[in-house]
Design a protein around this ligand. Structure first.
Ligand code: ZN
Length: 153
């Protein structure tokens, strides 16, 4: 990891953890709600997703508390997934999971700033933090509308 990359990484993580985007409840009867936690770090997330008529990610928001990496990953994820067709969102989920768990040098361009999180793959505990929001999203893809709550554990 070069210094420039590290500085950018710090900046983006700090920015998103301090001012998370799409943070807040989603008061919509059609929304799917997923609750997830990562006890080893103390991260908690409530992910709220509204799927459109064609299955696209019409709206996505989150609430919760946690370390900078879990918050930043959730914030960046919502920015990336909002408005995306379901198939593209699923591709993003797979690409991000591969990025932080596999030894691949090339980070897919479609992940944008999320590529900055690839450094966490050297730290298994941090991988759980970065994956928390994404695991919740994976559950949301399988969930049904209403007040249903699914645990990621
Ligand atoms: Zn954490």
């Amino acid at each position: 990891m070069n210094t420039e990359f590290e500085e950018l990484y710090q900046q983006i993580i700090l920015d998103h953890s301090k001012r998370p985007r799409n943070f807040g409840p989603l008061e919509d009867p059609a929304a799917v709600h997923v609750e997830g936690d990562n006890p080893s770090c103390g991260d908690e997330i409530q992910l709220h997703v509204k799927f459109g008529a064609a299955g696209e990610i019409e709206d996505i928001k989150f609430t919760g508390v946690g370390c900078a990496i879990s918050q930043a990953s959730a914030s960046l994820m919502t920015l990336k997934l909002k408005g995306k067709p379901r198939s593209e969102a699923e591709g993003m989920l797979k690409a991000f999971s591969d990025l932080i768990t596999k030894e691949e040098e090339e980070a897919p361009r479609m992940l944008g700033d999320l590529r900055l999180l690839r450094g966490v793959r050297r730290f298994p505990q941090r991988v759980k933090c970065a994956m928390l929001a994404w695991r919740a999203f994976e559950q949301a893809l399988m969930g049904s509308p209403g007040a249903e709550t699914i645990s990621t554990e």
